[in-house]
Write a protein that binds this ligand. Structure first.
Ligand SMILES: Cc1cc2nc3c(=O)[nH]c(=O)nc-3n(C[C@H](O)[C@H](O)[C@H](O)COP(=O)(O)OP(=O)(O)OC[C@H]3O[C@@H](n4cnc5c(N)ncnc54)[C@H](O)[C@@H]3O)c2cc1C
Length: 591
């Protein structure tokens, strides 16, 4: 009902802008853009309603400011010009598409109109929505605030948590007595397949991370660090921080989707020295570290130190490690020209992997292909080799030492440590075991999905792998099942047949296995970009990433350093300030 109302308001806004455009055209002296050239008043109105309706379907009227709305509307206008004005509309009229250069040039007046109409719709839709919302409401607004009788708390704002909360919101639309909270460390979801593009400076960090608040109308988002779960009192306790006291959230149903954290297998040296690669902060820090190394190497005269600074080591030959090193290799070699004293031959990118083939998630053949291609691009592989430790400036592999100031650990993950506080038995890998309905057996109201859960996989007879594809689908079924339990409806089992896997290896190179077929090279890279762009939530972020990619073709990588490693961190600065304040107070007392 809500979406239908939004679409109707969008369509009406589109019609209004069509009228404005027709008035402008008939009043203008320009003989290029005439009503006839645009197909007449009916088609202009249809186009207006189409742009307005699609805009309303895709964008929340409350999100963003007027300028952002206008730009998004213009981009949508261009897309619809292509899809509708020069493709579908001529086809419907029996003329075939108008993609030929001459036809497309003839359709330029339409493009200008669509662009204008899109921009106007973006500006007017939010205003029109609020204006039209009340008369369109069929039932009078409720006079009493419903009493909350059931509380659902979702822990973790990743793929599984967001999908679960979205399903809960949908299924519980007519159950105002149920409140849903989503708790997460950050106020955004990370599209992890594109994380390596952030480290490689190919896309902006914000563009791969839609804010959690853009997904929901009713779900209450709570940003905070989950400290523990108290199952006896059925409450979640959030850690206090410098700005907020401790918070508690009571629950009737608890959904655990907190993903995983790096596992160093107890190796203190690695835990202390290595960069990790799971969060947006990690990706940003790594990008800055690479730039910092180049800045320092450019003025370093000691060849051994320069060599160490320009050696980038990644441990772990799975998706995350290989995609990251492919990206770092391109980025590091692509920015050498900024640094006159750095010889590209000095740059080393090394992958250390304990097995003999990389990308164990794909076939051996594709793993081999990936290794060959990356070797051609200058990547070095140390296969069948284990990292045994690390110390400042070096990675240790048994008795061997590899001098490097940039060492990234992607070779192990473990489920979130918060699971240990729940007080139910965990699997040998530390996950919560759930049944096919994603419920923890024998514990009423406890559910789990994603990387922190051991989920039965009906297609293989084993357990679902830790991938975004699975987490998303598990979350959806989980959300449905929690709502079904509350509403007394039958539950659904989780079933998902994996469609395929893709790994990007850097500039215009990828490997893929989709529907059992293998692809590699440029075609696989196009597939990777197309598939992961379409999977990036929200059209706004898709458009932004697309723009980043287009700009990346024409301009060199951006080397603006946003983290200055020479400056003390915020925590250090706070500590220094507190120390100074205490000294001043003491001096005052003494005087
Ligand atoms: C670099 C990289 C590349 C990847 N590439 C792919 C790929 O190409 N294809 C694919 O299918 N999969 C890929 N994956 C795997 C995929 O990202 C995971 O399987 C998926 O994210 C799991 O989803 P989840 O919801 O279980 O956990 P996550 O997405 O990790 O979400 C967990 C959430 O819980 C929050 N959280 C955790 N602990 C706390 C706490 N104490 N307090 C508050 N909040 C907390 C986190 O902030 C996060 O929001 C990749 C992973 C990485 C790291």
């Amino acid at each position: 009902m809500y979406l239908a109302r939004r679409t109707a308001v969008g369509g009406l806004t589109g019609l209004l802008t069509a009228l404005i455009i027709m008035l402008l055209i008939t009043g203008a002296a320009d003989d290029q853009i005439t009503l006839a050239a645009l197909g007449g008043p009916v088609w202009v109105s249809v186009a207006g309603m189409l742009i307005g309706g699609s805009y309303a379907l895709l964008f929340d009227p409350r999100a963003g400011g007027p300028a952002e709305h206008a730009v998004t509307g213009m981009v949508l206008g261009i897309l619809l010009w292509f899809v509708w004005a020069i493709s579908l509309q001529p086809l419907l009229l029996g003329r075939g598409h108008a993609w030929a250069a001459a036809d497309a040039v003839a359709a330029v007046p339409k493009l200008i109109t669509y662009l204008l109409q899109g921009g106007l719709i973006g500006l007017l839709y939010g205003v029109a929505y609020r204006w039209l919302e009340r008369p369109l409401t069929l039932a009078p607004p409720p006079v009493t605030i419903p009493t909350i009788t059931t509380r659902v708390v979702v822990l973790g704002g990743g793929y599984a948590g967001v999908a679960a909360a979205q399903a809960l919101e949908k299924e519980l639309a007519k159950a105002p007595h149920v409140a849903v909270w989503l708790v997460s460390q950050n106020n955004y979801l990370i599209h992890t397949p594109m994380l390596s593009e952030v480290s490689a400076s190919a896309v902006n960090a914000q563009n791969i991370s839609p804010t959690l608040r853009s997904f929901f109308q009713r779900v209450q988002v709570v940003q905070g660090d989950i400290d523990r779960v108290d199952m006896a009192q059925r409450r979640v306790i959030l850690s206090p921080d410098a700005r907020s006291p401790q918070k508690e959230l009571p629950f009737d149903h608890l959904v655990l989707t907190m993903g995983s954290i790096p596992n160093f297998f107890g190796n203190q040296g690695v835990a202390r020295e290595a960069f990790t690669f799971k969060s947006l902060d990690d990706a940003i820090l790594l990008r800055n570290q690479i730039i910092d190394m180049f800045e320092r190497a450019d003025v370093e005269t000691d060849p051994a130190k320069r060599r160490r600074m320009l050696t980038f080591v990644v441990a772990g030959g799975g998706f995350a490690g290989v995609e990251l090193l492919g990206g770092i290799n391109d980025f590091a070699r692509g920015i050498c020209f900024y640094y006159p004293n750095v010889d590209p031959a000095e740059v080393r990118c090394v992958l250390v992997h304990s097995r003999d083939t990389i990308l164990p998630e794909l076939s051996q053949e594709l793993g081999e292909f990936a290794r060959e291609k990356l070797t051609e691009r200058g990547v070095e592989f140390l296969l069948g080799v284990r990292v045994t430790g690390a110390k400042p400036g070096a990675v240790l592999m048994g008795s061997d030492e590899l001098p490097s100031d940039t060492f990234v650990w992607t070779a192990g993950n473990q489920p979130s440590p918060v699971l240990k506080t729940v007080g139910v038995p965990l699997t040998s890998r530390g996950q919560l075991e759930v049944n096919a309905e994603l419920a923890v057996p024998n514990v009423a109201g406890l559910w789990a999905a994603g990387d922190c859960a051991q989920v039965p996989d009906a297609t293989t007879g084993g357990y679902a792998p830790p991938t975004a594809q699975h987490a998303l689908r598990e979350g959806k079924v989980l959300g449905y099942n929690v709502a079904a339990t509350i509403l007394g409806k039958p539950l659904k089992p989780f079933y998902f047949k994996q469609l395929g896997s893709l790994a990007a290896l850097g500039h215009q190179l990828a490997v893929a296995e989709v529907f059992g077929r293998r692809f590699s090279g440029f075609l696989a890279w196009l597939m990777w970009r197309g598939i992961y762009l379409s999977k990036l939530p929200t059209l706004q972020k898709q458009v932004r990433v697309l723009l980043d990619w287009v700009l990346d073709i024409f301009f060199p990588p951006d080397i603006v350093q946003t983290v200055n490693f020479s400056r003390p961190s915020a925590a250090q600065r706070l500590h220094e300030r507190e120390k100074l304040d205490a000294e001043l107070r003491q001096a005052e007392v003494q005087s």
